[in-house]
Design a protein around this ligand. Structure first.
Ligand code: ADP
Ligand code: ZN
Length: 210
């Protein structure tokens, strides 16, 4: 099962990706997590992308495509994977079709209105260790792994609005890209995470039964 999670920043791709990964026993691949880890580890890649990420811009297509190509060729992806944060431009989606014969099975589009994602992002906390996200409350440390929670640099309000603009311009066209290929499952991404997950699972099992 090869699933792409599509939706604006803060639409719940990370949260739902973890659940899908547990149920279908396939890895969740989050380009945002991979890049943030590279920044934290101060690798050559991390140094290259740090400012781009903090400014809420996109890293170059060729760079991210080569990272994904390498990642999905690994053994643990042989039964499939969940892509969270990739593709993010039409060029990235084209590149994915080139490197992945048969393309993906389904793109789950988490539809959440812009006003709601702005509220979610500027309020949320992220775990430094495992990447899990939580609505801002006085929880700490991370209930999953006991790591420290922090507000991501790019979750500050000014950057959030910029990221949504970037999403509208570069990523939103992928809705039509996958719809025209009959690969789009649109899901209402508002409400409780459990309810959203049920909607997603209904779509994914329909694809499996085909
Ligand atoms: P979001 O909460 O916006 O979905 P992510 O954790 O997916 O955030 O990504 C954080 C940042 O990492 C992005 O704003 C961008 O700078 C960079 N990034 C992640 N994935 C990609 C990609 N596929 N192409 C280009 N840049 C990316
Ligand atoms: Zn954690």
């Amino acid at each position: 099962m090869r699933i792409v999670l599509l939706g604006p920043p803060g639409s719940g791709k990370g949260t739902q990706g973890v659940r899908l990964s547990e149920i279908y026993k396939i890895p969740q691949i989050s380009t945002g997590d991979m890049l943030r880890k590279a920044v934290a580890d101060e690798t050559a890649l991390g140094k290259k992308v740090q400012e781009i990420i903090q400014g809420g811009m996109l890293v170059p297509d060729d760079l991210i495509v080569s990272i994904i190509e390498e990642r999905i060729s690994q053994e643990d992806c042989s039964e499939g994977f969940i892509l969270d944060g990739f593709p993010r431009t039409v060029d990235q989606a084209d590149a994915l079709e080139r490197v992945l014969p048969g393309s993906v099975d389904v793109t789950v589009y988490l539809n959440v209105p812009a006003e709601e994602v702005i509220d979610r992002l500027s309020g949320r906390l992220t775990c430094r260790e495992c990447g899990a996200v939580f609505p801002k409350r006085d929880i700490s440390p991370c209930p999953v792994c006991a790591g420290a929670l922090y507000q991501r640099e790019d979750d500050q309000k000014s950057t959030v609005e910029h990221r949504i603009g970037v999403y509208m311009k570069h990523t939103a066209p992928l809705v039509d890209f996958y719809r025209s290929r009959n690969k789009l499952a649109e899901v209402n991404g508002t409400g409780e995470p459990d309810d959203v997950f049920e909607r997603i699972e209904a779509e994914v099992s329909e694809v499996i039964s085909k």
